[in-house]
Ligand binder design. Structure first.
Ligand code: FES
Length: 371
């Protein structure tokens, strides 16, 4: 059987090479894309097979990836291309399903963020049957291969998504949860994404201690005393020093955790997944100016604070990008002249010809960028 398969694959490869000669400059894969985008090999596509509203502003989208998809590890994310109004936007989303689903599908769970064009489109307007380009699974926010004995999960809002994949993976692989403490923050009970599933796990899994903290009273006043603090941690997870921690949520929460674990000399126990890059303080003196996109021959005003990817998009360009947080280098462009400031470190570069990550760079005065 294995020999028959190998012979079949070899013949198909030869057939495809033969057809490619006639299809030049396109390839067979481009024509197959017209019949079914999931058959294409030159880019990875996924079909939207289900959408499910989790809360009033978050939605789980089930995707069937096409040829070339390799399975993810629980906790990883993917890049998703989202066409809106003739422009393709790319965002990264954590996968919320466990790996190796029998039906071959994966899911992402998206929260509509204030002013977020793409997240609003995904949560409100995306239709079943659409095809979206996706990237390979990426990210180091994963559990070790051997089961950690005492994990502590700390999540807030949509930061639950990679951790949900981990919880589901535990249930699938080990048929139960280990000694696990989970602290989850949400504004109100009705805002908890996967609320019912978490509750079910906390009732059915005797080693799973779930603490939900609702940070707002009804009436919407934000209560700072309910946010993360050392006393609260001591009370909810008294053995936190012995636990390895996976945390995902807004920057303010992750910064507090980082500081707390550092103070205790336990930073090595802490694994963080950030939605946005951590930025350095904005300098007191900011120089605004003009940016010239040399390939597009376009000029636009910059305020010296906004990242250049956003400036280019506001100017009507559609630059290639991926994570939007300085990890993937998908947005690299050449600096032609002028100076840019790295928003993460505050370091200023004036080296013409240097590659810059425009998603985490702001201009310092007038600049030219090859775009
Ligand atoms: S988009 Fe990933 S580094 Fe800029």
């Amino acid at each position: 059987m294995a020999i028959t398969n190998t012979v079949y694959q070899k013949s198909m490869r030869k057939f495809s090479q033969f057809v490619d000669m006639f299809a030049y400059p396109l390839r067979l894969s481009h024509y197959l894309e017209l019949i079914n985008p999931l058959w294409t090999k030159h880019s990875l596509q996924a079909k939207v097979v289900k959408v499910w509203d989790e809360t009033k502003d978050s939605r789980t989208i089930t995707l069937r990836p096409g040829k070339g998809w390799r399975d993810h590890r629980a906790g990883q994310y993917i890049r998703v291309g989202v066409p809106i109004g003739g422009m393709r936007h790319t965002r990264t989303y954590s996968i919320s399903s466990a790996p190796s689903n029998r039906d071959g599908c994966i899911s992402i769970t998206v929260k509509a963020i204030k002013g977020g064009r793409v997240s609003h489109h995904l949560v409100r307007d995306l239709k079943v049957g659409c095809y979206l380009p996706i990237g390979d699974p990426q990210g180091e926010f994963v559990l070790p291969d051997a089961m950690p004995v005492h994990p502590l999960f700390i999540t807030a809002g949509s930061g639950i998504t990679p951790v949900m994949s981990m919880l589901r993976n535990y249930m699938r692989e080990y048929r139960g949860l280990p000694d696990l403490t989970h602290i989850h923050y949400a504004p109100h009970a009705y805002d908890v994404i996967f609320g019912k599933e978490l509750e079910h796990l906390s009732k059915s899994q005797k080693h799973y201690k779930l603490h939900r903290i609702f940070t707002r009273e009804l009436g919407d006043s934000v209560s700072a005393k309910l946010h993360f603090n050392a006393d609260q941690l001591d009370k909810l997870a008294p053995d936190w020093r012995e636990r390895e921690v996976w945390a995902c949520g807004p920057a303010s929460l992750l910064d507090s955790l980082e500081e707390h674990w550092k103070k205790e000399g336990l930073s090595r126990n802490l694994h963080l997944e950030r939605f946005r890059a951590k930025f350095a303080e904005v300098p007191t003196e900011i120089t605004s100016g003009k940016i010239k996109f040399t390939k597009s021959e376009l000029e636009y005003d910059t305020d010296g604070v906004t990242n250049l990817l956003r400036v280019a998009e506001d100017a009507g360009l559609n630059p290639a990008h991926g994570c939007r947080m300085g990890i993937c280098h998908g947005c690299d462009c050449t600096l032609v002249s002028g100076s840019v400031r790295d928003l993460r470190t505050g370091a200023v570069t004036s080296e013409s010809g240097e590659k810059i990550q425009i998603c985490v760079s702001a201009s310092v005065g007038d600049i030219e960028v090859e775009l």
